[in-house]
Ligand binder design. Structure first.
Ligand SMILES: Cc1cc2nc3c(=O)[nH]c(=O)nc-3n(C[C@H](O)[C@H](O)[C@H](O)COP(=O)(O)O)c2cc1C
Length: 444
């Protein structure tokens, strides 16, 4: 039976599934219910001087019939008194000693304020603290949240203050609204952070009402930029987690966040270097019960892979991520259409013809020909010699398994762009300052 538990900075959690700081972790009532459903841990809704929120505060992007593909919010940190939050953390910890409870903190950028709240977190019985350097709206205008997380020296300074006071591990939650999140992770790791969590939400405006001209969500007809999250951000978050995991200066545990809603998402984050994952939007959308399926799915996956522990997943895919210049240019795939499965919609032909490399032929009769009777199914043909193996036809095809990409032997040995440049006597690396000095250089 695989062991789903993970060890994060010495704190054991019965599984890698944690609730992220947000509305689902606002109260002891919610967190206890979540633990009963099977969540391994919870990061409390960020604790600090209580704030006043706006109505409304959430907006969403739907993708055809999929509701809340992306969620945006202009909500701030907890609106409940600090002492109430810490008292409830103590109660939760007493009732659920084996679940990970993390106190998320955000106060004004003064040493005394950070150390005072850290002492209170130590005393509350929380297993860890998470420093919220990430919220992109509302708090950042007050010099907190993303305002801290966007300046490496500033984030490092506050991390060091908290480390002086903390008796429990310190996680720093990073904002994705930076040029290079791995650089930020390295800065806080150097300042003593025990772990990082990423990502917080992305700066966004999710839409504009075409009748009232108000941005969404609106507050009396006006709006403000907010934080974007949910399934839409997962690919960007996955990349960011992997870039932190690969950074030699940031070799500390990672809690991966961004669009996780199912066990597969969690496994992807773990394969790219996360030890635990955090979930907010999916819990807001479907409730705490989703964790049951997540745990069952992970258990089954580990069995199938013959892995004894969820910890075996961590970073397994990292060696497979490389610079573009190290990919084999002589590896070739071409598309194959399964004529049985093809419904003759011709979408692959149109996409390839107009949007890619003109490697598919079709003599399908136009729809107007319907006047002359039913149109026989036409299966487009791949021009094997022309096909560049880009995948587009298989991505647009509406029939699962109809177009597959098959490997073809080119007979040529593996060769990378880096090797090619070296053979040409050219450097594969480009010094941008040098280019700037020369006024730019044309060519490859
Ligand atoms: C309504 C809302 C409120 C949030 N409040 C907080 C917060 O108080 N502290 C924090 O660190 N992150 C907060 N977040 C960000 C989440 O913890 C998480 O980083 C983000 O939503 C990405 O995860 P997801 O795609 O699973 O939602 C909030 C997110 C939402 C949607």
């Amino acid at each position: 039976m695989p062991d789903l538990s993970v060890n994060f900075c010495g704190v054991r959690s019965p599984n890698p599934f944690w609730l992220a700081s947000g509305p689902p972790t606002n109260t002891a009532h919610q967190v206890m219910h979540a633990f009963e459903e099977g969540w391994g841990g919870a990061v409390w809704k960020t604790i600090g001087e209580p704030i006043i929120n706006t109505a409304s505060r959430y907006g969403a992007v739907d993708l055809k019939n999929v509701r809340m593909m992306g969620l945006n919010n202009i909500e701030l940190i907890s609106d409940r008194p600090i002492e109430v939050n810490f008292r409830e953390i103590s109660e939760v910890k007493k009732r659920f000693p084996h679940n990970a409870v993390i106190a998320s903190l955000m106060v004004e950028s003064r040493r005394e304020s950070w150390q005072e709240i850290t002492h209170r977190a130590n005393d509350s019985g929380a297993d860890m603290v998470e420093l919220n350097f990430g919220c992109p709206h509302g708090m950042s205008e007050r010099g907190m949240g993303a305002a801290v997380g966007q300046v490496p020296d500033y984030a490092a300074m506050i991390t060091a203050w908290v480390k002086e006071a903390a008796t429990i591990p310190v996680i720093v939650k990073l904002t994705p609204n930076v040029t290079d999140i791995a650089h930020m992770a390295a800065a806080v790791a150097a300042a003593g952070a025990d772990a990082v969590s990423l990502v917080n939400t992305f700066n966004s405006i999710v839409g504009v009402d075409l009748d009232t001209f108000s941005p969404c969500p609106q507050v009396q007809g006006h709006g403000s930029h907010g934080g974007y999250c949910g399934p839409a951000i997962k690919p960007i978050a996955l990349h960011m987690v992997s870039s932190v995991a690969r950074h030699p200066g940031a070799q500390i545990p990672i809690s991966g966040i961004g669009g996780v809603g199912a066990w597969r998402d969690a496994v992807e984050f773990m394969l790219l270097g996360a030890t635990s994952v955090q979930v907010c939007t999916a819990a807001m959308h479907f409730g705490f019960r989703i964790v049951r399926e997540m745990a069952a799915g992970l258990d089954e996956y580990l069995r199938e892979k013959g892995m004894a522990s969820a910890m075996d997943l961590i970073g397994r895919s990292l060696p497979r991520i490389m610079d573009w210049g190290d990919l084999n240019l002589n590896y070739k795939t071409i598309a194959r259409i399964d004529a049985e499965k093809c419904i003759g919609c011709n979408l692959c032909y149109i996409a390839c013809e107009d949007g890619a490399h003109q490697c598919i032929t079709s003599d399908a009769r136009p729809a107007a020909d319907l006047r002359h009777g039913p149109i026989p199914k036409h299966v487009p043909k791949i021009l094997d010699d022309e096909c560049v193996g880009c995948n587009l036809c298989s991505l647009v095809c509406p029939v699962p398994g109809c177009i597959s990409m098959i490997e073809v032997d080119t007979g040529r040995p593996a060769m990378t762009w880096r090797q090619l440049q070296e053979a040409r006597g050219k450097s594969p690396m480009c010094d941008m300052r040098d280019l700037l000095a020369k006024g730019g250089v044309a060519g490859d």
